[in-house]
Design a protein around this ligand. Structure first.
Ligand SMILES: Nc1ncnc2c1ncn2[C@@H]1O[C@H](COP(=O)(O)OP(=O)(O)OP(=O)(O)O)[C@@H](O)[C@H]1O
Ligand SMILES: [Mg+2]
Length: 225
């Protein structure tokens, strides 16, 4: 479903160049729960940002569901992200002035759905992630784990093709992080959504159905479990 071919990305900062990705090839199938693992600076975020149409490749091609996303213009990329992709971040990235409900509903409002459908889908997903009764709380009144549950709900409520999660447990203690992983896995199994997540945490890797390791912008191993 996702084909990554010959992807290279170099960052230029003044006179210095950083080769963040040096020729990445990868095929990801629908429904995979795949972890991109590697040390700090190995290129994990760069790769997720390219798959997520947040950044542009220097060379190579990324195809998602027969659409060559690396050839889309800026506007088309924004629309692609909004319609087809869900994002989960290390620092949750919720909107502080909105309640849990409003943070999740917003992604459906951006798709122009009717209020009744938005309400039904938002309430259903908040229940699925274990936040029933907390809909009206703002992020500051939720624990880190609860905030990340809101983020999982926000990513999934639009039934995306792919959820991209960049170190989703890095700000959580190991127990709470494991709970979030279990939740993501449950959603992967229930909805068949493809998950791609980055990590350097061994516990997180344990949950992956496939583990791809990256070092200095190159893949060093690819194992199915
Ligand atoms: N905007 C940028 N400008 C310049 N260099 C960058 C930029 N973004 C990333 N880099 C460099 O590219 C390389 C890969 O960075 P990337 O953020 O993809 O690594 P990472 O594996 O996500 O690391 P971490 O685990 O610390 O999040 C690093 O050497 C980084 O310093
Ligand atoms: Mg990173």
């Amino acid at each position: 479903m996702i084909t990554i071919k010959g992807v290279r990305k170099t960052y230029k900062a003044g006179d210095t160049e950083v080769k963040a990705l040096r020729g990445i090839d990868l095929e990801i199938h629908k429904g995979e729960f795949i972890s991109i693992a590697g040390p700090s600076g190995s290129g994990k975020t760069t790769l997720l940002n390219l798959i997520g149409c947040i950044d542009t490749v220097d060379e190579g091609k990324i195809t998602i569901d027969e659409e060559v996303v690396t050839e889309l213009d800026k506007e088309a990329k924004t629309s692609y992200r909004r319609n087809k992709l869900g994002f989960i971040f290390q620092s949750y990235n919720l909107i502080p002035v909105l309640t849990a409900y409003e943070n999740v509903a917003l992604s459906l409002q951006l798709l122009g759905l009717k209020e009744k459908e938005i309400k039904e889908r938002t309430m259903t997903i908040l229940k699925e992630v274990g936040l029933e009764g907390m809909e009206d709380r703002r992020p500051a009144k939720l624990s880190g784990g609860q905030q990340q549950r809101v983020a999982v709900a926000r990513a999934l409520v639009k039934n995306p093709l792919i959820v991209l999660a960049d170190e989703p447990t890095a700000n959580l203690d190991s127990h709470t992080g494991e709970e979030i992983l279990k939740l993501m896995k449950k959603m992967n199994e229930k909805h068949g959504t493809t998950f791609i997540f980055s990590t350097h945490d061994k516990m997180v890797m344990e949950y992956a159905s496939r583990l791809v390791s990256i070092h200095d912008g190159e893949f060093t191993s690819d194992e199915r479990r």
